[in-house]
Ligand binder design. Sequence first.
Ligand code: NAP
Length: 287
Amino acid sequence: MAKVAFLGLGVMGFPMAGHLMAKGHEVTVYNRTPAKAEAWVARHGGRSAATPGLAASGAEFVMACVGNDNDLAQVCTGPDGAFSTMAPGAVFVDHTTVSATITRKLAAEAAARKLGFVDAPVSGGQAGAENGQLSIMCGGDPADYARAEPVMAAYARICRLIGVSGAGQLAKMMNQICIAGLLQGLSEALAFGQKAGLDGEKVVEVISQGAAGSWQMVNRHKTMLADQFDFGFAVDWMRKDLGICLAAADEIGARLPVTALVDQFYKDVQLMGGGRNDTSSLIRRLK
Ligand code: NAP
């Protein structure tokens, strides 16, 4: 069992850190808003610390799941950041969805301090975090990955090393590119069916078992048909992710025409007041 720090107890981090405790690891948590850290300790035991640096001190592994590039940089190298107290040989594992650029920068900084750094963004959403069934795509040094993998196993359904530093984040971009186009297609189909007067649930029961089936169709059609979006993966986060994808595409010379369009559709949803709604709320524009 390992000594682990977990930074960021949001929708994802709170249950992920809980799974580490359940597996018997020695866990210290940090959350910017202390009340969440107190609630986590009340629920799971373990300890909380007032800063990322205090949480990371003495830890073999430091996991993080915060917001965006700036937030990650802050908990790593900001005042009282984790890098300042981590001992040589310790491994930082980043579960935040961020750019490959900040990942490479922080990995280089970690290496200069003799720390490991694994980018390990996740897919599977709130339910995947709560059930310990996340898909984790990683980038980094194979030896660091091999040490971190058994710890990540506490909340993983599948965990793979894709390549060098940044490769995990690039894989997560592929994941988000797939989801953006797919959700627009699903939204159009369900809205079309409603206009045509069909029973959407009956149709989905049939077509979800054919070539049109998808995780989004199976898990989101009921709430999309019922206009319920107060849960799940926030549109604001999706816009952050699509911004990362579009910037990366520019850098490498890839084309993302549909992703760019769906990004603008998500902007409409934000302007409709739906920034914290689940990404399936794309259908609201069509109703
Ligand atoms: P969330 O509920 O908004 O939680 C974000 C967490 O990060 C909170 O604990 C927040 O602290 C902390 N944080 C943000 N900025 C910080 C800073 N500058 N310094 C210290 N802590 C900071 O978000 P989430 O849904 O858990 O998502 C977290 C990450 O996972 C994001 O990158 C997201 O894109 C990614 N992700 C999310 C999902 C999903 O379904 N939700 C799925 C896959 C990937 P406070 O409590 O103080 O605000």
